[in-house]
Write a protein that binds this ligand. Structure first.
Ligand SMILES: *Cc1c(COP(=O)(O)O)cnc(C)c1O
Length: 385
């Protein structure tokens, strides 16, 4: 990325790296929809493009922005979903490889790991990676090929020390991959802390408008593992579509202002809800009483993100009742959009979840934080009447 000027990431993101259309001088480049490209008379493909499944110019433009945001020397790859991006990292391993992953993590990926990945011959071990002793003890030097962490992790916002986990992985001959969806590059850049791969559900705050399903991977270096991930994307047809890539790039232009506002609001809500008589506990890494607060202070900047959870007095019934009574918050799964979402998380995760039954997961949007608090306050009161 040596050719980029020294402007801040916020400036570069706002203008999508300054890319314009040389043909028309349009400020916003066109969407490249073509599935195929003309071969030169001498049988070469001088444009570098052959077919739409391996590669697309609009997708590349968005990948360049995400690679810049993550300081990814190896580049970025966009996938048709966060799950497509994450699972490619595991499909690129060999049968029999040992994998250590966070016990508290995005539920759908955890399910895929213990069912499909195991069936394909990966030995998956789930440990509480926020406890570095447990992570260290789970490593099998030479056999462990990938350590997968999520930080802050769904839905308890557990914090794993990325630099320490990278060290533990490297010593055992394994790579470290970080699902950084909920930290986002606004707060944390895992590659700078020693991670090898960063994954984003770009569906969430990177796009920010709840209208795209997309996933991203970023690599510290272009090595054979990263090249295999690229071949898996191409071979399985998991590339992001050009319309979605365009929308994602459009969403990214406001990423810095959205992420700043959402983190500020989440911090305000966490503080105010901590003092609420109908709330028994607030889980937010920005609170000094959160078990991951000290590590979060070291590896997060510009605040602590837009996600928090509350445990409600009165147990599961009161939690579901609170969600039932919100008006401004939207009762829906997902996170990171400009509209605030509330979810009774145990209901969607089902049997075996580490999520407590009295927990509500809150994704803070860009609405007035006072309105957001008042709406929750009224819903809590209604659930306890
Ligand atoms: C949503 C999410 C995913 C999966 O992304 P999809 O785009 O829904 O496939 C993975 N990890 C985290 C932390 C998420 O929030």
């Amino acid at each position: 990325m040596a050719e980029l000027p020294i402007w801040s990431k916020a400036s570069l993101t706002a203008q999508a790296l300054g890319k314009t259309d040389p043909l028309t001088r349009a400020v916003v480049p066109p969407i490249h929809l073509s599935s195929t490209y003309i071969r030169d008379p001498d049988n070469a493909y001088s444009s570098g493009f052959i077919y739409g499944r391996p590669d697309n110019a609009t997708v590349r433009e968005t990948e360049a922005v995400i690679a810049m945001l993550e300081d990814a020397e190896g580049g970025a790859l966009l996938f048709s979903s966060g799950m497509a991006a994450a699972t490619a990292c595991f499909m690129a391993l060999e049968p029999g490889d040992h994998v250590v992953a966070s016990a508290v993590m995005y539920w759908a990926l955890r399910n895929w790991l213990v069912t499909e990945a195991a069936r394909w011959g990966l030995e998956v071990e789930l440990v509480e990676t926020d406890d570095l002793g447990k992570l260290q003890a789970a490593m099998r030097p030479g056999r462990t090929k990938l350590v997968w962490i999520e930080t802050p992790s769904n839905p308890l916002w557990t914090i794993t020390d990325i630099a320490a986990a990278a060290e533990i992985a490297r010593e055992a001959g394994a790579r470290l991959a970080v699902d950084s969806t909920c930290a986002s590059p606004f707060h944390t850049r895992p590659l700078q802390l020693g991670a090898d791969i960063v994954m984003h559900a770009a569906t969430k705050i990177l796009n920010g408008h709840s209208d795209v399903i997309a996933g991203a991977l970023c690599a510290r270096e272009r090595d054979p593992y990263w090249e295999r991930i690229g071949r898996i994307r191409s071979g399985s047809g998991a590339i992001l579509g050009p319309f979605e890539a365009y929308l994602l790039n459009r969403g990214l232009k406001t990423f810095f202002v959205r992420a700043a506002a959402q983190a500020r609001s989440a911090a305000t809500l966490a503080e105010r809800l901590s003092a609420h008589p109908l709330v028994s506990r607030v889980l937010y890494p920005g609170l000094p009483q959160h078990p991951g607060h000290d590590v979060a202070l070291c590896q997060m900047e510009n605040g602590f993100g837009f996600m928090l959870s509350v445990q409600v007095k009165g147990g599961e019934t009161a939690a579901i009742g609170t969600a039932a009574n919100v008006r401004l918050w939207k009762r829906a799964t997902s996170l990171g959009g400009v509209e605030s979402l509330i979810e009774h998380r145990a209901s969607i995760e089902g049997a075996g979840t580490p999520c407590p039954p009295d927990l509500l997961r809150l994704s803070t949007g860009i609405e007035d934080p006072g309105d957001l608090f008042d709406d929750l306050d009224a819903a809590l009161a209604a659930a306890h009447r």
